[in-house]
Design a protein around this ligand. Sequence first.
Ligand code: ADP
Ligand code: GLC
Length: 484
Amino acid sequence: MKVAFLASEMFPYAKTGGLADVAGTLPRFLSRSGLDVRVFVPFYREVREKNLSLRRTVGAAEVDWGGKGVPFSALEHQADGVTVTFIDQAGFFDRDHLYGTAAGDDPDNGERFAFFTRASLETMKALDLPPDIVHGHDWQSATAFAYLRFLYGDDPFFAATRSLFTVHNLAYQGLFDKGILGRVGLPGALFDPDGLEFYGQVSYLKAGILYADAVSTVSPTYSREIQTPEFGFGLDGLLRRRSADLHGILNGVDYHDWNPVTDRLIPARFGPRDLSGKRTCRAELLRMFGLPDVPGSPVVGMVTRLAGQKGLDIVCEALEVMLELGVRVVVLGAGERPIVDFLSAARSRHPSGLGLKVAFDEKVAHMIYAGSDLFLVPSRYEPCGLTQMYALKYGSIPVVRATGGLEDTIREFDPASGSGNGFKFSAPSPGDLLDGLRRAVGQYARKESWRALVRNAMASDFSWTRSAGAYLALYRKLIKPPRA
Ligand code: ADP
Ligand code: GLC
C-alpha cells in the first residue's frame, strides 16, 4: 500500500508543535507494518540549512498558477524506512519561519500552502507513483482534497486514490479572502456555503472536511467534542453531517525519541527502577532557571506554545496562590506577544518562584520533562496533546484539564487503590486548576504512594504501535474495492 502524507511540518526537519512529531513518527511505524510511506514537506530555509543528503527527483517542473507557470523541484531524503520529499520553491518557502513572524501570519500563506499541495500531487505524477492513500494534515494540506476532486477528478492517475484528512486543531482554519480560489486554481463556484465559504471567507479546512473520503482527529474525546458548538469553531454542524466518516485516533509516542533511559539531551539518565538520575536532572533544571532547590516541594514544568488554547492566562491568574502552595514553576514557551508579556511580568514579581524561557528549544524541553515533578497542561481545549505523554515517561506527573486527548490519556490517581497516572480538573478556571494542583501537592508529600504514582506514570504505554494499527485498518477500509 502506497501512502502519501502531506504535512507542513515534520520532526526533525521543521517543527512548531505536535503535528511535526506526528508526521515525524507515525510514518516510521506504518512503514514497519510494510506500507510504502512518503511524506511531502515544504523545503523551508531551516531544512535547507540542515545540509541533508538529498536527491533531486523532479527538476524544473512547473505548476500553472493563475495563468503563469511557477517552477518548483522535488528533493528526496531517506530516513528510517520513510521517504521524505521536500517541495522546493524558494519564493514560497525559503524564509526564516514556517508560517509567520511576531507581526502576524505571512499574507501569502493561502498561496504558499495551496502551492505546496498542488506541487506534491504533481510530484506524484512526475514520479509515476499513484498513491493508494493521500493522507493530509491540517489546513495547510487541505487544498489537496479540493484539487483531487475538482482538478484531478477525471485524471486516471488518481482514479484509485482514496483520501484521509486529519484535523490536529480545528481552531486553525486557513481563512482567506474570496479571491484566493482563482489565485490557486480552484473553481470560483466553491465560494458557497455548501462549498468552501465560511462567513464571507474561504476556509481551507472545509476542503479537507468536505472532500476527503474520511476525516480523523487525534483523540476519541476530541472527535466527539468538535461535533458540539462549544468546541466546533463554527464547523460542528458540518462535522456532525460527516460523523459516520469521522474517526478519533489517539496520537502515539516513539519511545526511541522520548525515553529517559537513553536520552542524550538530559544531564543524567534514569529509569523506573532507579530515579537517582532524575534528581540530578531536577537540580540541573533549577540551576538553569536560577530557582532555589527547596527539598520536599515539587517543581511544576510546562512546555507549551504560548497561545490562548493552552490556558496560560489561567496559570497567571492562579500563580500567586500556586506559589503559596510551595511549588516552583518552570515554563518553556514561544508564541503570542501578550502572553509573553504577561509571563515576563509575573516572572519579575516572583523571581524565585517562576522560571521562564521564551524560546523554542528542544533540549530545554527534554530538561523540563526530566527535571520536573509535576507537569501542568491547563488547556482550554486539547485535540490530543503530546507533552503530557512525554512527561509521563519521564516520571513527571501530569496535572491536566480534562478535555480532548488529556481526558483520554490521564486517569486520576486514587491513593486507596494505587491506580491512575495523574490529576485532572474540569473547568478551565483558576479555582479548578488550584484544586487539581492541591491534590497533586498533597500526594507528593506521601512518599510511598507518590512512588507508586510515578511507577504508574512511567509504565503508561502510548507507543504508536496501537494507533498505527488503527490508521492501517482505516486505510484498508477506504481502499476496499466496492461490492460488485
Ligand atoms: P501542540 O501541537 O498543540 O503545540 P502538543 O502537545 O501536541 O501540542 O505538542 C507540542 C510539541 O511541541 C511537543 O513535542 C513539545 O515538546 C514541543 N514544544 C512545545 N513548545 C515548545 C518549546 N517552546 N520548545 C521546545 N519544544 C516545544
Ligand atoms: C495539534 C494539537 C495537539 C496535538 C497535535 C498533534 O497541534 O493542538 O493537541 O497533539 O496537534 O496531533
